[in-house]
Design a binder for this molecule. Structure first.
Ligand code: NDP
Length: 247
């Protein structure tokens, strides 16, 4: 396991905290060098870089707002330059904006689409010139891409289900190069965006077969599996890491 990703170079968007930080550290534990992007958390991304380096990998932090197309493209090129290539792209950066369709403001709809959808398309596009044959793209969706058991996150859910067809189409386009393209759908995962002790936690646990929130490293483990040699025959697919919430 330790050597699965030795020599591989990865970029994780939104890797300063939460699930992205868990993914970055899981990749580093498996032997990869890892660059992370962040929007505002310079200090916390520095801590993630320090943890990657303690695990024996090279780590870099790149400030890049996923809502800004030029910044997204630049961050992918910068990661490839700094790491000396790019084998694995993980599209993790994402935002939540709650509110029923009757009330959600245009600014929130635009932010959701720009960060959760457009940035995934643009980062994947920018990665194409860097990824070698056999490279990997993994994007972080959500259980809400497939089942929406309550209202209030309808537009957010739309952004995540958009990734389902993007994932399948891109897998077809990149299959000839042996590049795999997959999703990981987290369920309730303990982060700043969705704390296990937050006001909405109990309602979420009502859906959860295991009766507990996931941790960022649970999502990280699925990403490492897809990114490693064991995942070579899996593409256009998705792994759900949700404690059985969608069962
Ligand atoms: P957090 O809010 O805890 O962390 C978000 C991360 O993304 C941070 O590193 C943040 O950077 C970065 N980010 C946010 N907006 C931008 C932006 N505009 N540009 C660059 N980076 C940005 O979220 P989670 O860890 O909970 O979520 C990570 C992913 O997992 C998201 O795609 C989310 O939709 C998905 N997900 C989460 C679930 C959960 O229960 N937590 C469930 C299902 C899916 P900074 O620190 O600088 O703000």
């Amino acid at each position: 396991m330790m050597s699965d990703l030795r020599g591989k170079r990865a970029l994780v968007t939104g890797g300063s905290r939460g699930i992205g930080a868990g993914i970055a550290e899981a990749l580093a534990k498996a032997g990869a060098d890892v660059a992370v992007t962040y929007e505002t958390s310079a200090g916390r991304s520095g801590e993630v870089v320090a943890r990657i380096e303690r695990l024996g990998g090279r780590g870099f932090a790149i400030q890049a707002d996923s809502a800004d197309p030029a910044a997204v493209r630049r961050s992918v090129d910068e990661a490839a330059e700094t790491l000396g290539g790019l084998d694995i792209l993980v599209n993790n950066a994402g935002i939540g904006r709650a509110g029923p369709v009757a009330e959600i403001p245009l600014a929130d709809i635009d932010a959701l689409l720009n960060v959760n959808v457009r940035a995934v398309v643009l980062a994947s596009q920018a990665a194409l010139s860097h990824l070698p044959d056999g490279g990997r793209i993994v994007s972080i969706g959500s259980t809400l891409a497939e089942r929406v058991p309550f209202g209030g996150l309808t537009v957010y859910s739309l952004t995540k289900s958009a990734l389902v067809s993007f994932n399948k189409g891109l897998a077809r386009e990149l299959g000839p190069r042996g590049i795999t393209v997959n999703l990981v759908h987290p369920g309730s995962t303990d982060t700043d965006a969705n704390p296990a002790t937050g006001p909405n936690a109990e309602a979420q646990l009502g859906f959860n077969a295991l009766g507990r929130f996931g941790k960022p490293e649970d999502v990280g483990a699925a990403v490492v599996f897809l990114a490693g040699p064991s995942g070579r025959q899996i593409t256009g697919s998705a792994i759900t890491v949700d404690g059985g919430a969608n069962a």
